[in-house]
Design a protein around this ligand. Structure first.
Ligand SMILES: [Zn+2]
Length: 72
């Protein structure tokens, strides 16, 4: 996920990212993986608002790219 690129992961992030990419998780069932991902996204939402903000900032940009004529 490109989301991870532009922020400083805290200790909790590092732990969760390590868990998400661990062999155990790769062979875990779909629900377990979904739960872990959701947990990480929730953590990002509450503890790393700059990441969420960066995603939000990106949205209008993508919209502009799709509608070039409107902004000329
Ligand atoms: Zn974190």
């Amino acid at each position: 996920m490109k989301l991870y690129l532009d922020f400083d992961p805290c200790q909790e992030c590092n732990t969760m990212m390590a868990e998400l990419s661990s062999p155990e998780m790769l062979f875990a069932d779909e629900k377990t993986r979904a739960d872990e991902s959701a947990k990480f996204l929730r953590h990002l939402t509450y503890n790393h608002t700059e990441v969420v903000q960066a995603v939000m900032d990106d949205l209008p940009k993508q919209k502009r790219d799709q509608e070039p004529d409107f902004y000329k």
